[in-house]
Design a protein around this ligand. Structure first.
Ligand SMILES: *Cc1c(COP(=O)(O)O)cnc(C)c1O
Length: 238
């Protein structure tokens, strides 16, 4: 029997609650971000109808297109979880509830300048904890100045840190990377300054929750496997 987005979503919420209880945490402390990159808006609508409100996108063009298509859903919240170029900060500032991937002083400044006439934008710094060359995110040694740049922008609200561990077949191997993100949080002001830790995806949700995650970013476990490229808007033949 084909599983629907709604049934997969409720399975993932149950999984999140079980993971929280298994380590003695209150499930309410942890929010589920439905990662909808490369998924059609019809799938987002299914999740929305089932009660999901927070959606994560990686690519600016795809985010702005979907935000426009679904603008009638006033309480749907968009979160950017992909690398953001400064020249696209304005488009994101206009539609996002949070940007979880601030990785430079310049990006913080540009986003701050572009967020206008709206409530402050929640932001997290993306830290490249593993040091992989292919990964975006600031180096741990640059984190202090990135956080200070965020604090300096009155239109940004510093919320915490995000990391993406190296891809691996063994979820437990993510644990040291999540521990390191939490250590960095404690070294840079602790939970009062950085209440959010965005860590954990479909494969390693339990590992991340046991290490203090407050945002798990779940894509394929809710929406199924992704197509290889973002779904493109229908174009009329000319
Ligand atoms: C795609 C993506 C996710 C979701 O990954 P799944 O393995 O499909 O759950 C989470 N976080 C980031 C930063 C991503 O790019």
């Amino acid at each position: 029997m084909a599983r629907t987005v709604a049934s997969r979503l409720s399975e993932q919420l149950a999984r999140l609650h079980a993971a929280a209880r298994a380590c003695g945490r209150d499930p309410q402390e942890i929010r589920l971000l439905a990662v909808s990159k490369f998924q059609p808006t019809s799938a987002i609508l299914e999740a929305y109808a089932a009660g999901q409100r927070d959606f994560g996108e990686n690519y600016v063009q795809e985010l702005t297109r979907k935000a426009e298509e679904l603008a009638h859903l006033a309480d749907l919240r968009w979160h950017l979880i992909g690398h953001l170029q400064t020249n696209k900060a304005k488009a994101v500032a206009a539609v996002a509830t949070s940007v979880q991937t601030i990785d430079s002083v310049r990006l913080a400044q540009e986003l701050g300048k572009r967020r206008q006439k709206m409530p402050p934008l929640d932001v997290l710094a993306n830290v490249n904890v593993s040091g992989e060359a292919s990964k975006s995110g600031c180096q741990p040694s640059a984190l202090a100045e990135v956080l200070a740049a965020i604090d300096a922008e009155p239109t940004l609200r510093l919320r915490g840190l995000l990391t993406v561990p190296p891809a691996t077949a063994e979820p437990e191997l993510a644990a040291p990377h999540f521990d390191e993100l939490r250590r960095l949080r404690d070294a840079h002001g602790g939970p009062s300054r950085l209440p959010e830790l965005s860590m954990g995806m479909s494969a390693d949700l339990e590992v991340a929750v046991a290490r203090g995650s407050t945002w798990v970013r779940i894509g394929s476990a809710i929406f199924g496997e992704r197509a290889l490229a973002p779904s493109t808007p229908a174009r009329s033949a000319s």
